[in-house]
Design a protein around this ligand. Structure first.
Ligand code: AHR
Length: 346
């Protein structure tokens, strides 16, 4: 066949039909999750009338914890449970999260949920959501904005986690008869300005302040990633030769820091090594606790998806919900890690 000067073969017609089919299938998919995309899916991906439309902005995929958190959200907000989820990965950039939230507002979703990458800078976009009458639910981290701008928060007690790490250190130094020695500490903090970083540092500092012999030599941003953790730790090892305690604000950074120590020829086992304090209690973290490499791993639970679904259903029924929901968390050492390692999904 000749059309407009072009020869149309059967092959071309078949390819066009295939393309049309692929487009129609993808735009009808009720499970609208696109973790790799920077953008919110266009409005033509309309959900069925009776589904609750939730726009979710995940801050990134920097750690195993984060990936487990994304999975928990996706596993809980399913079509079977009445949800149409639009999932966006902001790749650690607040501007991407704000853009995604604005996209959700213009699509008039029923709820917006997000894990804020940092605490500050949300006032304007939260006001926009409020003006559009869209309830906002914070997940994992917190914001410094006025609490009237969001409906509820579901997450972890970061300050308590930091304090628990400090209290454990206090106890172990006493047990080892080192409670009056000078103790040099370095800290690999997570994303600077995030509520996880601020809370954990603040909690740990409350215990530090009680001990004049504890010296915080340095703290630097390891961005919650293994690569950056390794880089920061290499720098610390060149700068300081008498480190007693390494505090890593998550397991991914701890793994990087331990690699840097190994590369520098340090012993990762035994009483002479620095005390390693970590957070998250991932499977790999707990395995290292069992091997005596990490001394304490303070749990941070990523499984907030179920609670998010529950809270939205409550709101749909017209019920009041609490302003804050805390996940339960534990502290793991060689004495109790074994019991939990196998059940770890992250
Ligand atoms: O906000 C939670 C923290 O963010 C987790 O400790 C860390 O692993 C993640 O990246």
């Amino acid at each position: 066949m000749i059309y407009n000067g072009y020869k149309i073969t059967h092959k071309v017609v078949f390819s066009l039909l295939l393309l049309l089919f692929a487009v129609s299938v993808s735009s009808c998919s009720p499970f609208n999750v696109d973790e790799t995309s920077q953008n919110v899916r266009p409005a033509e991906t309309e959900p069925a009338e009776n589904l609750i439309r939730v726009g979710f902005s995940q801050l990134g995929s920097e750690s195993k914890w984060r990936r487990a958190n994304s999975i928990s959200i996706r596993d809980a907000l399913t079509v079977d449970d009445g949800f149409f989820l639009q999932f966006n990965n902001a790749r650690q950039k607040q501007e991407n999260q704000i853009k995604a939230i604005r996209g959700f507002i213009s699509q008039q979703v029923d709820y917006i949920a997000f894990c804020p990458v940092t605490e500050d800078g949300w006032d304007t976009v939260l006001k926009e959501a409020k003006d559009a009458n869209i309830p906002v639910i914070l997940v994992d981290r917190q914001v410094s904005a006025d609490s009237s701008l969001y409906t509820t928060w579901i997450g972890e007690n970061m300050r308590k986690e930091g304090e628990n790490a400090g209290l454990w250190l206090e106890k172990i130094l006493e047990e080892r008869g080192k409670n009056h020695d000078k103790i040099n500490i370095i800290e690999l903090i997570g994303t600077r300005g995030s509520s996880s970083q601020l809370g954990r540092s603040m909690g740990f500092d409350t215990v530090c302040e009680k001990h004049k012999n504890w010296v915080m030599l340095d703290r630097e941003d390891g961005e919650f990633t293994t690569a950056k953790g390794q880089e920061v730790m290499s720098g610390f090892l060149q700068k300081y030769d008498d480190i007693d305690v390494v505090v890593c604000q998550n397991d991914d950074m701890a793994i990087g820091a331990l690699q840097a120590m190994k590369d520098a020829g340090m012993d990762l086992y035994g009483d002479e090594k620095p005390i390693i304090v970590s957070f998250d209690a991932s499977r790999q973290g707990l395995e290292m606790v069992m091997q005596g490499i990490i001394d304490v791993d303070v749990e941070c639970k990523p499984s907030s998806g179920e609670k998010l679904a529950e809270v939205i259903h409550e709101l749909e029924r017209g019920n009041q919900v609490a302003k804050e929901y805390y996940m339960d968390e534990e502290v793991f050492t060689i004495d109790n890690a074994l019991k939990y390692v196998d059940e770890r999904s992250y």
